[in-house]
Design a protein around this ligand. Sequence first.
Ligand code: PLP
Length: 454
Amino acid sequence: MATIQIRTHVPGPKSQELMRRRAAAVARGVFHATPIFAARAEGAMLEDVDGNRYIDFAGGIGVLNVGHRSPRVVAAIREQLDAFLHTCFSVAPYEKYIALAEKLNSLTPGDFPKKTLLVNSGAEAIENAVKFARSYTKRPAVICFEDAFHGRTLLAMSLTSKTHPYKAGFEPFASDVYRIPYAYCYRCSYSMQYPSCNVFCAHHLEDAFKRVVAAESVAAVVVEPVLGEGGFVAPPREFFTVLQEICRRHNILLIADEVQSGFCRTGAMFASERYGLVPDILVTAKSIADGLPLSAVIGRAEIMDAPGIGGVGGTFGGNPLSCVAALAAIETMERENLSARAETLGRRFEARAHEWQGRWPLVGDVRGLGAMRALELVRDPGTREPAKDETERITRYCYEHGLILLSTGSYGNVLRVLVPLVITDEQFEEGLDIFEAALASVAESHVGAAPGRA
Ligand SMILES: Cc1ncc(COP(=O)(O)O)c(C=O)c1O
């Protein structure tokens, strides 16, 4: 598919008509980041129903690390279509589920026997990870973090931090969930500074055992190695070293939520590897199967064998189409060394983003890991007042000019890059040029704009 082409005012007439039908027929609570409707997509490009073409920096929210319609994935799905679509792994199992479990057991960090459960979504995988931890430890409590996002089902929502739109009005939440601050250094909950803080937030876990919940009641700590919906915060390495050490000392399981950070996004197959983190259970989803619904819980074999037969699973979990798609997607990541590609793309973004930060005070923070990169926008670099409206204006400018870019963050003021890692250099640079023009159009009309900040 050729690069950008904007033929109509965005959204075009066909997208507008579909938006009217959507408003009448689809539940209002399903968010939409753009007003355009997809017609086809390939690699890092997406075409809408009006024939407008966009560079896709969203990848279906981090699902398309190997690109839209990755050729190996499409071929594997076609082959499976001619064999069977569904038997249910609990009724007449099939080899591809086992092959994928073996692959995931070998890819995840930790030199010990592992086992895997396949389910359908990130939230379902998180729910199951906590079930495994409670079943194994025979303890009830779970510790999670401020700014965490773990999904929208009852327990996953209870573990999620942001109130609007994820929690407000959906009370009551699941019990035995406790929350402590994350290493969000730009907005430190203790107003400290790294490195002189000596990662106080991680050490604070010990304090929580005295003041919030007893360590012997805690089954697991659930943590994202890089915050996803919370704003692409990549903590200092010691944060995880300390957390891991405290968990081990108290026989508490460490669950890494790699739903968004997995599958080469951060410059390694899993972000845990970047931190020397060896979780007892790793949860992943999104880019696992190039867009087919699938998620996985991978953990120490003895933990994964704790629940009784029939205690975990489901009708659709590990659907054969999803399994073959995942095996083909992982083969592509390995053959094309997409971890190295992620690191290259991340460095290019970082270099451009630091220039933008030097030019516009609106760009408060530049951060991330590998190709999981973001800018946090503020009205004033001194007060760090979140620039939410400006962020929305920038994402709108982008889709009107041929780039799909998502915002995120607890304050809705973070712009994040989740570009397919197979994007060409030309497409990536073109995307960054639009990103820059969007920032310029908003930053230069912005009250706090000051030229030439060093
Ligand atoms: C870190 C993390 N965990 C869990 C989820 C929930 O995944 P799903 O939307 O597939 O339920 C998400 C989704 O964005 C996520 O980013």
